[in-house]
Design a protein around this ligand. Structure first.
Ligand code: F0G
Length: 444
C-alpha cells in the first residue's frame, strides 16, 4: 500500500534524493528539507466531491476540514471512500480539525484597513485553538503509520498544545520542549492538561528546537515540528478551505504571520500543486508578516542585512547569507524579542521552503510592531472573533501594504488568523489603557 503513488523528495533540485513514505526522516541525507510528492494529479472533479462531503452524514473524515480533502494529501495511499480504511489510518479528533475555519467577512477590520474584499480565516477555531491542528492530524497519522510510540516537538506554545492533544487522543507519548517563561499561560496549561511531558529550556524557541531535534534522535522520538513534511501536507487544507469558499477562484493575496515559516511553505506547496494539477489558473501572491522584533525573513528578503535580496533563485539560494546573518546575531547578542511570543523566532527552520513559496507566488515580506499587532488583535475582537497577538499581524500588515500601494484597494485578500487568544492578560491590559486605539477601559 505504501510503496506506490507517493514518496518523499528533497526540495533542492540539484540534490533531489528520494525516499519511501515509510522512512522516518525530516531531511535528506545531505541535510535538505523534504517534500511529499504525488505521482498522479488528482482529478478536478473532486471539487464536487469535497463540496458534497460538507453534508457529512456522520462520517468524521467528511466532517473534518482536513480529511474532507483527503485525495489531495493521500500519502497513506488508502482507498479514500472506504470508511473502515480511513478509520484505520487517519488521525482525527472526531472530525473537529478544520471544521469551523473558513473565510469570514469582518466589517470593522475591512473598514479600518480600507479593503472591501477582505476575508479573514480564524484558524484559532480549531480544537486546540490554532492552525497547528491541520498539520498535526496529518503528522500524527504518519507517526502512527510507522508505529511511533512517542512524538516530540519544540514550541512557542501552539504546536505543543496541538501535539499533546492528538497524542492524548491516540494514546501515544508526547515530549514538548519549550522556552522557559516565554510561552502564553493558556498554551502551557494545554500541554500539561493533555498529559504531555513538558521540558523547559533556558533560551528561546530556536534553542528549544535544536535541543528537541537532538533528543528525537537520541530517544527515538518522532519530530512533529513543521520541518516534518507531513505537517506541511495537512496545513495545505487551510488554502483548500479558503479556495473552496471562493468557488476555487484564487484571491489576489494570502497573508500569514511568519515564524518558522511552515504555513508559508504549505501555502506555497498547495498552490504549486493546484496550479500544476490544473485546479487553479491564477496564482495568489503570498504576503508574510514578521514581527519587528523577530524579523529574519524580512531583513534577508528585503536586503536589509546585506544589499543582496535573498531569493530561492530557482533552487540555488545563497545559503551563505543566512549563515552570515545568524553569525551576526550571535556575535552581537541579538535575540528575537516580541510580546507576540508565538512568532518570537529568529531562525525560521523552513526558510528555504518559504523562499520557494515566495518565488512561486511573487510574494512580499513585511513587518509590523507590537503595538500594530495588538491593535489588529483588538479590532478582530470587535467583530466578535478572537485571535492572539501574532494573528493581529494580519490586519496590521494589510493596512500597511495598502498604504504602500502593494495591495490595491479592489484586491481580494484572504488573511489567516492563526491562533486564538491564550494569554488573557494581553487584551485585558490593552483595554485598560485608554491610550490604545481600540481600548474600551472599564468604568468604576
Ligand atoms: N501564528 C501563531 C499563532 C503561531 O503559533 C505560529 C507558530 C505562527 C503564527 C507562525 O507560523 O511557524 O508556520 O510560520 N507557532 C509555532 C509553535 C512555532 O510552536 O506553536 P509558522
Amino acid at each position: 500500500m505504501l510503496q506506490s503513488g507517493a514518496l518523499q523528495k528533497c526540495i533542492e533540485p540539484t540534490c533531489g534524493l528520494e525516499y519511501p513514505i515509510s522512512d522516518i526522516r525530516i531531511e535528506c541525507d545531505r541535510g535538505h528539507l523534504l517534500d511529499i510528492k504525488y505521482k498522479t494529479a488528482p482529478s478536478t472533479s473532486l471539487k464536487d466531491v469535497f463540496y458534497k462531503r460538507r453534508n457529512h452524514a456522520n462520517n468524521i473524515f467528511n466532517e473534518s476540514g482536513v480529511w474532507r480533502f483527503r485525495e489531495l494529501l493521500n500519502f497513506c495511499q488508502i482507498e479514500t471512500e472506504n470508511f473502515e480504511e480511513c478509520s484505520k489510518y487517519l488521525v482525527s479528533l472526531d472530525g473537529a480539525e478544520g471544521r469551523l475555519s473558513k473565510p469570514y467577512h469582518m466589517s470593522k477590520v475591512s473598514d479600518y484597513v480600507g479593503l472591501k474584499n477582505l476575508w479573514l480565516q480564524p484558524e484559532g477555531y480549531n480544537p486546540s485553538g490554532s492552525f497547528k491542528d491541520n498539520g498535526m492530524s496529518t503528522a500524527v497519522t504518519h507517526a502512527k503509520l510507522v508505529n511511533i510510540k512517542k512524538i516530540i516537538c519544540a514550541s512557542t506554545g501552539n504546536t505543543s498544545a496541538s501535539a499533546a492533544m492528538y497524542a492524548a487522543n491516540e494514546n501515544i507519548e508526547c515530549d514538548v520542549y519549550i522556552p522557559a517563561g516565554e510561552v502564553a499561560p493558556g498554551k502551557l496549561s494545554q500541554a500539561f492538561q493533555f498529559g504531555a511531558q513538558v521540558i523547559e529550556i533556558k533560551g528561546n524557541f530556536d534553542d528549544a528546537l535544536s535541543v528537541s531535534l537532538k533528543k528525537a534522535n537520541e530517544v527515538g522520538g518522532y519530530t512533529v515540528n513543521s520541518v516534518n513534511p507531513y505537517r506541511i501536507e495537512g496545513q495545505k487544507t487551510i488554502v483548500f478551505r479558503a479556495l473552496e469558499h471562493l468557488d476555487w477562484n484564487p484571491p489576489d493575496w494570502i497573508v500569514y504571520p511568519g515564524g518558522a515559516l511552515g504555513n508559508t511553505s504549505s501555502c506555497g506547496k498547495s498552490l504549486m500543486e493546484l496550479y500544476e494539477w490544473g485546479w487553479i489558473k491564477k496564482i495568489p501572491r503570498i504576503a508574510v508578516v514578521n514581527s519587528e522584533g523577530a524579523n529574519t525573513l524580512y531583513a534577508l528578503y528585503n536586503g536589509k542585512f546585506e544589499d543582496t535580496k535573498l531569493r530561492w533563485n530557482k533552487g540555488k539560494p545563497d545559503v551563505e547569507i543566512i549563515k552570515r546573518y545568524y553569525d551576526h546575531m550571535d556575535k552581537n547578542g541579538i535575540r528575537p524579542k516580541t510580546k507576540a511570543t508565538a512568532i518570537q523566532i529568529a531562525r525560521p527552520a523552513n526558510i528555504l521552503k518559504g523562499l520557494r513559496a515566495l518565488e512561486f507566488t511573487n510574494g512580499v515580506v513585511t513587518q509590523v510592531s507590537d503595538q500594530e499587532m495588538m491593535d489588529g488583535m483588538a479590532l478582530v475582537g470587535l467583530n466578535g472573533f478572537d485571535c492572539e497577538m501574532a494573528s493581529g499581524a494580519v490586519p496590521a500588515s494589510v493596512k500597511k501594504l495598502i498604504a504602500e500601494e502593494i495591495i490595491k484597494k479592489d484586491d481580494v485578500v484572504v488573511g489567516i488568523l492563526t491562533g486564538r487568544q491564550k494569554d488573557a492578560s494581553i487584551p485585558v491590559d490593552y483595554h485598560k489603557d485608554s491610550k490604545n486605539k481600540f481600548a474600551n477601559p472599564p468604568k468604576s
